[in-house]
Design a protein around this ligand. Structure first.
Ligand SMILES: Nc1ncnc2c1ncn2[C@@H]1O[C@H](COP(=O)(O)OP(=O)(O)OP(=O)(O)O)[C@@H](O)[C@H]1O
Ligand SMILES: [Mg+2]
Length: 261
């Protein structure tokens, strides 16, 4: 299953979710592939030792210099990573907006699947709709939309819904999406209000699991760690494990143990 993590609103927990959902999957015995499709390269910087050259990044895939497989690096405790590079920002202007470029990631991942069938793939997207985000949306089986628990996030959710309504006739399928409340603070009434309003609008597409505002989640990236290594008994670790389980239960994620070697 391929899950693209997208919201055009910045700072809502996309990268944090890619990191910690990846770590949860790894702890369940399966090695996921993480793609950093954001020119900001935040996920790659959390790795701590990702190559700095654009020729070793996803940009080289868009330049047809390397297959996705050739760009993978390993990430202890998480899985495999294909890093970003700031040059990715140029993909929109260099390669146009035709079907070939919009479907490039989907076809690249299809080719990967012949050697790695059933490997879960998480795509960390940039906070705007352009060729890169469209690549992720076209390639994914599920769109995971983190919504930070504040009122502006409701507007952002509506904007995404409108974008998806435009894309669905082009793709000739429904884009399955799940809304994930992040930075949830149970002490604030606003958190419950936002959850209630999201449920009213998007029903079962809103996940039961919410990710609480949590210090271990916030601090772990600066130490190049996921939340489980930071503090496995923290509320944040509990929430991300619960998220993985809910996605599994709903059929939004499938994991088979990765064979050794
Ligand atoms: N559950 C949480 N508890 C505390 N801090 C959090 C939580 N989730 C995310 N953060 C913090 O919020 C900030 C933004 O998170 P993150 O980088 O994951 O967002 P993003 O959506 O990927 O941002 P961008 O749009 O810039 O890519 C980071 O400093 C992160 O550590
Ligand atoms: Mg990010």
């Amino acid at each position: 299953m391929r899950i693209a993590i997208f919201n055009q609103k910045g700072g809502v927990g996309k990268t944090t979710t890619a990191l910690n959902l990846g770590a949860a999957i790894n702890r369940a015995g399966t090695i996921p592939l993480l793609l950093d499709l954001d020119p900001q390269g935040h996920l790659s910087s959390i790795h701590g030792d990702a190559p700095l050259a654009s020729s070793r990044s996803l940009f080289a895939f868009y330049q047809d210099l390397h297959s996705l497989h050739e760009l993978e690096i390993s990430w202890e405790h998480i899985g495999q990573l294909i890093p970003a590079h700031q040059q990715l920002i140029k993909v929109d202007s260099i390669f146009g907006k035709g079907p070939a470029i919009l479907n490039k990631l989907r076809l690249g991942l299809d080719a990967q699947e012949t050697t790695h069938p059933n490997r879960p793939c998480l795509i960390d997207c940039c906070p705007y709709i352009g060729v890169l985000a469209l690549n992720a949306i076209f390639a994914c089986d599920r769109l995971l939309i983190p919504i930070s628990t504040d009122y502006l996030s409701l507007q952002a959710a509506e904007q995404i819904t409108r974008t998806l309504e435009v894309l669905e006739p082009v793709l000739k399928r429904r884009i399955e999406r799940r809304y994930l409340l992040t930075r949830f603070d149970r002490r604030r009434r606003m958190s419950d209000d936002v959850r209630h309003k999201l449920r009213e609008r998007y029903g079962d597409d809103v996940l039961e699991t919410v990710i609480s505002e949590n210090v271990s989640v916030a601090e772990s990236p600066s130490l190049n760690r996921d939340v489980f290594r930071q503090n496995a008994s923290s509320p944040g670790a509990h929430d991300y494990k619960k998220l993985m389980q809910e996605l599994l239960d709903r059929g939004d994620l499938k994991i088979l143990p990765t064979p050794p070697g």
